[in-house]
Write a protein that binds this ligand. Structure first.
Ligand code: BEZ
Length: 211
């Protein structure tokens, strides 16, 4: 199964290194980042889970809960977390699903047999408070992800769900944004009082409205 943007992220119950969870209960009314890695005690994964841990406060500030997945056991996760904490100078504070029966991996299409036989690849799903899938991303085993990019997308998703704007290439929090095509030019000053630029009739920008 391949989940598409806008579809409902399916709920599940799973064992983690911190005990059993119900995904929807874990997310509550906030945002979620569900991400898989191929295997415990592997080098790229060790740096990735460490990086996510270092950024956990940033996700919490954005009302987003983190949940990792691999097909290794909860006991394996608990042992490996000690290595992650030691080598990445962090303290992993989010649960890792022990998806030994591949239930979550199959539900979210995290196994790509032609790339990595029976292990989970590096998938990321951002899930909104409405439980819809807002982002999907898949990286190969050989390439560690950029977790700042996931935070950047979360910033964009949260901004664009509150305002009629979109964010340009390489946009970062605090930079100008693009005014939605549904806003008539004559209505811009009222809706975006910080000012605007009309570069082309279809490309109109304004300072980030919530800053
Ligand atoms: C790694 O994390 O380094 C890794 C895991 C599985 C396959 C290849 C690399």
């Amino acid at each position: 199964m391949r989940l598409k943007l806008g579809e409902t992220a399916p709920n599940f119950q799973a064992e983690t290194n911190e005990g059993n969870i119900d995904f929807y209960e874990y997310l509550g009314d906030g945002w979620g980042v569900l991400f898989s890695h191929p295997a415990d005690y592997t080098p790229v994964c060790t740096t990735e889970l460490g990086r996510m841990s270092q950024l956990q406060d940033e996700f919490t500030k954005r009302n987003a809960k983190i949940l990792a997945v691999s097909v290794d056991s909860a006991e394996s996760h608990r042992g490996w977390i000690k290595d992650i904490n030691e080598t990445q100078n962090t303290h992993v504070g989010y649960p890792i699903i022990a998806d030994t029966d591949r239930k979550v991996a199959d539900l979210y299409g995290m196994i790509h047999p032609k790339a990595l036989d029976t292990k989970t690849v590096r998938s990321v799903f951002i899930i909104g408070p409405d439980k819809k899938v807002k982002l999907t991303l898949t990286y190969p085993a050989s390439t560690g992800r950029n977790f700042l990019e996931i935070l950047r997308v979360l910033d964009s998703l949260q901004l664009t769900s509150d305002y009629s704007v979109s964010t340009p290439a390489d946009w970062k929090e605090g930079e100008d944004v693009i005014i939605g095509g549904n806003i008539k030019t004559e209505d811009i000053p009222e809706k975006f009082p910080k000012g605007h630029k009309i570069i082309k009739p279809y490309l109109r920008t304004t300072p980030q409205p919530n800053k």
